[in-house]
Design a binder for this molecule. Structure first.
Ligand code: PLP
Length: 452
């Protein structure tokens, strides 16, 4: 891949046009300072001044096979030359092949694929399918979750970001999912946390009225909200509740799917088969926007002789699907899922735990595969977060200092409130993992200065 010479002048022009005309997601437009990125390859990207960063964010946790994988780039180019686009009502090779490869890997009988443009619309459609399938109005979703930025998805999201939405959408009810480190259930063990979270969920269903609940939507492992791996038995327990009350189980694997957790899907880790499963991001490493819903036989049957009232112009866009076919082939051929599992278990997990032993700012390490979070705290005893939730300006100085130190050591960190997530590409090498851990070590020393 040609690496253009560093050119600060071009960088300045890119930045100026961005500042003048690009309206950025989730941001106060005048309080942000986006880096102008000149290029990217594998686990790295670089700016116009020639500074290179190891990307421990995988973009927004989607470049599961890194940037610019030559086989995927070539597949996109070939598809563009052959058939750049074709409307969703037609059978198109890239689309049917992508659907087949996805269905082969999704758990159980999730064998029909409805393609969307990304994760939020996948969640929107999954919820619509569940409501139509059951004829019931309500949807239960967890606090401390993220399901997307569109109207329904942002209201399902259990995070104050959903409050920005004007009125909320009708029929969304939130519950607490397990999270032992900050337990809402006064639990002291994973077993207690699991049992009490399930009891709480069943009580929620009972008080809402089981016959009014269409679906429970859960991230198999909540990602954006802090990578909380659920206790053994929780998801199986949720599956059981859904079966008991005739509720559709929607597992949102937009972030956790396609290798991220060291399995093709996080549901595989817990041996749970949902009725609907949403995906996006890693399906094609985010090279072209694509998401979707994997649909069980039972729900597909609902729409066998009755039209499904929903669709998208770009559903199963050939360019995006060609990228998915190539990405899935690369993942299979190069053992990317196995690499994520092995590196997570043997290097990243142990490496992060070792950092936690030496750095008082690390309150907890949790995760699996290439999906880890460090909970940074002022005080390990009280678990007071290193910065208050949703801190800005001065109040956020410790996390800002941590982030700046990581970048000074060549690491681009994922930072969300008082946490840093370690979510590098799933085909990371051992050398890259070690480089990233060394930079984190240095950055945590800066965070330590803010502990009590
Ligand atoms: N669901 C989950 C679990 C996610 O992590 C995300 C994005 O981070 C979404 C849905 C929304 O996906 P998108 O941003 O592609 O709409």
């Amino acid at each position: 891949t040609p690496h253009p010479q560093p050119n600060p002048q071009v960088g300045a022009a890119v930045k100026a046009a961005d500042r003048a005309h690009v309206f950025h997601s989730w941001s106060a437009q005048e309080l942000i300072d986006p880096l102008a990125v000149a290029g990217a390859e594998g686990a790295y990207f670089w700016d116009y001044d020639g500074r290179r960063y190891l990307d421990f964010t995988s973009g927004l946790v989607y470049t599961n096979i890194g940037y610019q994988h030559p086989k995927v780039v070539a597949a996109i180019q070939e598809q563009a030359a052959r058939m750049t686009t074709f409307a969703p009502a037609f059978a198109v090779e890239a689309r049917s092949e992508a659907a087949r490869l996805i269905a082969e890997r999704t758990p159980g009988d999730l064998d029909k694929i409805f393609f969307t443009n990304g994760g939020a619309d996948a969640v929107e459609h999954a919820v619509r399918m569940a409501r139509l399938h059951t004829g019931r109005p309500k949807v239960l979703s967890a606090y401390r979750s993220y399901h997307g930025g569109t109207q329904q998805a942002v209201n399902l999201t259990g995070d104050p970001r959903r409050w920005a939405s004007d009125s909320g959408t009708a029929g969304v009810v939130h519950f607490w999912a397990p999270f032992l480190y900050r337990s809402r259930f006064y639990a002291e063990t994973e077993e207690q946390e699991c049992a009490r979270a399930l009891e709480h969920l069943e009580t929620t269903i009972a008080f809402e009225g089981p016959s009014t609940v269409a679906a429970i939507v859960l991230e198999t492992i909540p990602g954006t909200a802090g990578i909380m791996v659920p206790p053994a038995g929780y998801l199986a327990g949720v599956r059981e509740l859904c079966d008991t009350y005739g509720i559709v189980l929607i597992l949102d694997e937009v972030m956790a799917g396609f290798g991220r957790t060291g399995a093709w899907f996080a549901a595989d880790l817990f041996r749970v088969v949902p009725d609907l499963m949403t995906f996006a991001k890693g399906v094609n490493s985010g090279y072209v926007p694509l998401g979707g819903v994997a649909i069980s036989q039972k729900i597909a049957e609902t729409f066998a002789r009755r039209p499904y009232p929903g669709g998208l112009t770009y559903s199963g866009h050939p360019l995006a699907c060609a990228a998915a076919v190539a990405t899935i082939e690369v993942m299979a051929q190069e053992g990317v899922v196995e690499n994520a599992a092995r590196l997570g278990a043997e290097l990243i997990g142990p490496g992060l735990r070792e950092l936690a032993e030496r750095h008082p700012s690390v309150g907890e390490v949790r995760g699996t595969g290439m999906f880890w979070a460090l909970e940074l705290v002022r005080d390990r005893e009280t678990r007071e977060p290193l910065v208050p939730y949703h801190a800005t300006g001065e109040a956020n100085a410790p996390m800002a200092a941590f982030g700046a130190a990581a970048k000074a050591h060549g690491l681009w960190p994922f930072i969300n409130m008082n946490r840093t997530h370690v979510v590098p590409p799933c085909n990371l090498t051992e050398a890259e993992a070690k480089e990233g851990l060394a930079a984190l070590d240095a950055a945590l020393s800066v965070a330590d200065e803010y502990t009590r």
